[in-house]
Design a protein around this ligand. Structure first.
Ligand code: ADP
Ligand code: MG
Length: 250
């Protein structure tokens, strides 16, 4: 169908420890998929595989028609599609990972200038639009250290959007924030979803997941145990272990 991310039979080990076990998951264009599961279940590893930050040993991952090389292909030097996939996939981490010695606007314009070969003025015009979109246009000349955590995370989202990605991946984007700053970041993500951005989001914010997700995927010990609409997963999970997890976090 119209899937933009296709994950088929993906297996991933770190040394002897198997972390992903035959994971199948497809994401349709414009869909918001929220991934939930206990700490250590493989959520981060899975989304890091989707933009090539981790190599996997078996299975296939295709993003926007481009197949990511598995570990063996990478070792053989076949990294052809890796860079292309990464250009089209935006990633936002728990730790914002902004460049501390660059201004907010420089953080946003760097990759479009280097990787997309945009002119500085084009990159800055687009960067200012994005800052306006995340409510930070008055902060363009500041350094990350002068901003709150919530503001820094909104800059990180703008920085990812600056590459005009087709898919956005979020790995616990609000977990490092003080509680009063969670809402402003979720608001930006909610707007992105409303604008039709395809998103894969790892989060423990179950209220947000219920409201924004088209689909919720529960991962347990490296497997997709259950997936469904938020209503199905939160109100009537099929699996006892999904129920047990939700009773711990809700
Ligand atoms: P989650 O994001 O769901 O908490 P992770 O994907 O971070 O889970 O981790 C899944 C498992 O893989 C854990 O057992 C973790 O210890 C292990 N793991 C993650 N990254 C590495 C790594 N770089 N080297 C070795 N083991 C790792
Ligand atoms: Mg994680």
């Amino acid at each position: 169908m119209n899937s933009i991310v296709t994950i088929q039979g993906v297996e991933k080990s770190f040394g002897p420890v198997q972390v992903l076990k035959s994971v199948d998951l497809s994401v349709t264009r414009g869909e918001v998929v929220v991934i939930i599961g206990a700490s250590g279940s493989g959520k981060s590893t899975l989304i890091r595989c989707v933009n090539g930050l981790e190599a996997f040993q078996k299975g296939r991952i295709v993003v926007d028609g481009r197949e990511l090389p598995c570990e063996e292909d990478r070792e053989l030097g076949d990294e052809r599609m890796l860079g292309e996939v990464r250009k089209g996939v935006g990633m936002v981490f728990q730790q914002f990972n902004l460049f501390p010695h660059k201004t907010v606007l420089e953080n946003i314009t760097l990759a479009p200038m280097r990787v997309r070969r945009k002119s500085q003025s084009d990159a800055e015009v687009f960067g200012m639009k994005l800052l306006e979109r995340v409510g930070l246009k008055d902060h363009a000349a500041k350094y990350p250290g002068q901003l709150s955590g919530g503001q820094q995370q909104r800059v990180a989202i703008a920085r990812a959007l600056a590459m005009e990605p087709h898919v956005m991946l979020f790995d616990e984007p609000t977990s490092a924030l003080d509680p009063e700053m969670v809402g402003e970041v979720l608001d930006v993500m909610r707007e992105l979803a409303a604008d039709g951005m395809t998103m894969m989001i790892v989060t423990h914010e179950m209220g947000f997941a219920r409201e924004v997700a088209n689909r919720v995927v529960f991962i347990e010990r490296g497997r997709v145990l259950e997936e469904g609409t938020p209503g199905q997963i939160f109100d009537s999970p099929r699996e006892e272990r999904t129920r047990a997890f939700l009773s711990r976090v809700l």
